[in-house]
Ligand binder design. Structure first.
Ligand code: CP3
Length: 346
């Protein structure tokens, strides 16, 4: 059966009445409603309380009428289940006991997502009930490489020296780590879909730090492994669940990304979306790619930027999005102007 929501149709390259639009990090600090809920709870508390996660997931849908909702959670949430604690601080995420040697890789847990992350699946069920079919719900996970970068660095990083030392000086441990994460990620995404997620996005935020050959060896191979496992799982093959693979800094790897197995490649803003399409070839849809800081332009100027992207992408197999997450400093009225522009020109 063909899907009815325009977001799901566009992901699968089917005809749509207009280009759908949503934003990465659309439920977040730029929204006063989010800051109000967040003032009563820690970020981790929001992620682990299904009612609150449900409430903030729906805020941007109610406010701007995007064409898809994205689960409120974080890519780092499943790391705890693998045995690597995570803290969210003012300066960003901190992992106090990073994974840097073979013994630690060996000791990582192989978690059952339903048992260790029940609050995620419960949030998904509640969100689906509250959405009542208005728009589809996207589940997500970090890609193995990006999750490994947080596990090894112990947080954000500038030069990724610990990670790169592991990749190049202990490649067997690096591959063992990436393989373990890929197994967890695929089971986690399967559980999300079983709970009600209607599409999934895999975030490879840090894969752009790699040379093209290292991208193929350490990032793409394991994301493709996740995608292959999903495609062969009964949960995914019985319904058409689109898989979106987002790589921040994707431009050097576009020829390789045509072989990721994903239905949609998510593009950052540093690549021309028309060129990216041509390099990806037929059979793969694209998502993106407005520069998040373009929302700092005067409201009237946003429409022109939106139209350039819509024109360059062509009108089929395109999901309009930002090239990265919406920034906390963004004026919600400028988000509204962007959504309106996509709806009138898409
Ligand atoms: O609306 C949505 O898109 C869903 C929610 C979502 C969050 N994080 C909420 C969040 C999603 C999809 C993510 C993914 C995520 N998390 C990524 C991949 C996408 C990307 O942005 O590249 C990454 C790298 C992370 C890791 C992470 N989480 C960082 C680096 C930080 C701190 C920096 C920052 O932006 O604050 C977080 C915290 C975080 N995740 C917040 C939110 C709303 C802010 C926490 C707060 O309320 O204080």
């Amino acid at each position: 059966m063909e899907p009815t929501h325009r977001f799901l149709r566009a992901c699968l390259g089917l005809s749509v009445d207009r280009t759908p639009v949503w934003m990465m990090r659309q439920a977040g600090r730029y929204l006063p409603q989010y800051r109000s809920v967040r003032s009563q709870s820690s970020f981790m508390g929001l992620c682990k309380t299904p009612d609150l996660a449900c409430e903030v997931t729906l805020q941007p849908i109610d406010e701007f009428e995007m064409d898809a909702a994205i689960l409120f959670s974080d890519i780092l949430i499943p790391l705890e289940a693998m045995g690597v604690p995570v803290e969210f601080t003012e300066e960003g995420p901190v992992l106090p006991s990073p994974v840097r040697d073979a013994a630690r890789v060996e000791r990582l847990a192989d978690p059952d997502p339903e048992e260790t992350l029940p609050f995620v699946m419960e949030a998904i069920r509640r969100i689906r009930r509250s959405l009542a079919g208005r728009v589809p719900l996207i589940g997500f996970s970090g890609a193995p490489f990006t999750l490994a970068s947080y596990m090894v660095e112990g947080g954000g990083s500038k030069n990724f020296t610990h990670l790169k030392r592991l990749l190049f000086a202990s490649p067997a441990s690096a591959h063992a780590l990436l393989g373990k994460i890929a197994a967890t990620v695929s089971r986690y995404l399967e559980a999300q879909v079983a709970a009600g997620a209607e599409a999934v996005q895999i975030f490879d935020t840090w894969a752009g730090i790699l040379t093209p050959r290292d991208f193929a060896e350490f990032a793409l191979r394991y994301s493709r492994d996740v995608i292959d496992r999903l495609r062969s799982s009964p949960t995914f093959s019985s319904s058409r669940v689109p898989i979106i693979y987002y790589v921040n800094g994707c431009a050097p790897y576009l020829d390789k990304l045509s072989r990721s197995g994903a239905d949609v490649v998510g593009l950052d803003w540093k690549v021309d979306i028309g060129d990216a399409r041509a390099r990806l070839g037929p059979g793969v849809a694209v998502q993106g790619n407005l520069d998040p800081t373009a929302l700092f332009l005067p409201k009237e100027a946003i429409e022109g930027r939106v139209r350039e992207i819509l024109d360059a992408a062509g009108r089929t197999g395109h999901v309009f999005n930002l090239g990265h997450g919406v920034l906390p400093e963004t004026d919600p009225e400028h988000v509204r102007a962007m959504v309106k522009a996509v709806k009138s020109h898409g």
